[in-house]
Design a protein around this ligand. Structure first.
Ligand SMILES: Cc1ncc(COP(=O)(O)O)c(C=O)c1O
Length: 382
């Protein structure tokens, strides 16, 4: 007797497939840490920092406990605080603006480009003017490499230079990406990234890092991540925090970094497959010439209020989707009292109503992608 079976459900991000690939290498790396017992700032932390610096080309890598802490540490290292304005996009994960508020500064929201979803560099000058007219001192801008695509760093840096802003790249989603032949980690004054498990380079818990070429800032960051210590560890010369990457996580990341280039390649192959299969029915992501995305998300735009119906019909076929992000920050309760740059953030609001992300990871196989593409096409025709 023939029984109809539902097709298996598809993971949105397949951390388990990568775990199977890494298998015993990760087990052995973790076992080494359990044997030497240097759980805090052990040898793997130093080794990983050196390998990450070599990978991205930054002079210094200072690991810490999360991507959010990486952003906070960089703002603190720069002395940004009350009375200062920190410009950032409204269409991003909350941490980008949260860190400005956490150090006592004021986030000022800037619109994004509709094609790349990244900060609109042409809107930075207007947001600087808004900050000034609110009595704030514009100090920094945080471009975000959203969904894995590098922001337009040349344009951001020119606008920041004109207004004397510190540029802190939020590469939590884009680390590994390339802009004008250079890896992220080398743009602006400092770069922050996250090793949250779902990120393109994720660990098995929380973790983050700051990258910079500035020797003085690197020293301050190393002090800040351990309570603001001076030359002697019990002589504290500034107020810091406890924000270190666990040695176990560093050991895992050393193994994961080895396969990152290969995974970035696989993610790009998967992205090309989606773009070829869907480009005629929805707005697919744009990658400007000279940039390589790491595809933290593959995000399409579905206009005309059809997004929820698409999500529901894909769900019914065992295909998960996610909305990153349904509410732009300037409309959220915790952030709506912060200023929006002159010119507004209309693109952020529109994108929040239209975006939907499809399953994306380095282990998507062709039959699975064909199934997803076919389901999206059928749902949009219905
Ligand atoms: C753009 C962006 N910035 C910052 C963060 C914060 O990273 P973490 O979760 O490691 O604190 C994230 C994490 O999702 C992010 O996507």
């Amino acid at each position: 007797m023939n029984r109809r079976t539902d097709p298996p459900s598809i993971p949105f991000i397949d951390v388990a497939a990568q775990r199977r690939r890494l298998g015993s290498a990760v087990d052995a790396a973790v076992a080494r840490v359990f044997n030497h017992c240097q759980f805090i700032l052990g040898p793997e932390v130093r080794a990983f920092e050196a390998e990450l610096a070599a990978f991205c080309g930054a002079k210094h890598v200072i690991t810490c406990a999360s991507g959010t802490d990486a952003l906070v540490l960089a703002l603190r290292a720069r002395g940004i605080g009350p009375g200062d304005a920190v410009l950032c996009p409204s269409f991003t994960f909350c941490a980008t603006a949260e860190v400005a508020a956490l150090v006592g500064a004021t986030p000022v929201f800037v619109d994004v480009d509709a094609a790349t979803f990244n900060i609109e560099a042409n809107a930075i000058a207007a947001a600087v003017a808004t900050a000034k007219s609110a009595g704030l001192t514009p100090k920094a801008v945080i471009p975000v490499d959203l969904f894995g695509l590098p922001a337009d760093h040349a344009a951001v840096s020119a606008a920041a230079k004109a207004a004397e802003l510190f540029v802190l790249d939020d590469a939590a989603q884009g680390f590994g990406g390339i802009y004008q032949n250079r890896r992220l980690g080398t743009f602006g004054d400092a770069t922050a990234t996250s090793f949250f498990p779902a990120k393109p380079l994720g660990c098995y818990g929380d973790g983050g890092a700051v990258m910079t070429d500035d020797d003085e800032m690197a020293d301050v960051l190393r002090s800040l991540r351990v309570h603001g210590h001076g030359d002697d560890k019990y002589d504290n010369i500034r107020i810091g925090l406890t924000s270190r990457l666990d040695t176990v996580q560093a050991a895992i990341l050393i193994e994961k970094l080895k396969i990152l280039p290969d995974e970035i390649e696989a993610r790009n192959k998967a992205a090309r497959c989606y773009t070829d299969g869907l480009g005629d029915v929805v707005t697919v992501p744009t990658v400007p010439a000279g940039s390589t995305s790491v595809w933290a998300q593959y995000t399409i735009r579905v206009a005309g209020g059809r997004r929820d119906a698409l999500a529901a019909s894909l769900k019914a076929e065992g295909i998960p989707t996610a909305i990153y992000y349904p509410i732009p920050l300037h409309l959220q309760q915790a952030y709506k009292h912060f200023p929006v740059g002159k010119g507004g953030v209309a693109v952020c609001t529109r994108l929040a109503a239209e975006v939907i992300s499809l399953p994306m990871h380095a282990y998507l196989d062709a039959p699975t992608q064909d199934r997803i593409i076919d389901a999206v096409r059928r749902a949009l025709k219905a």
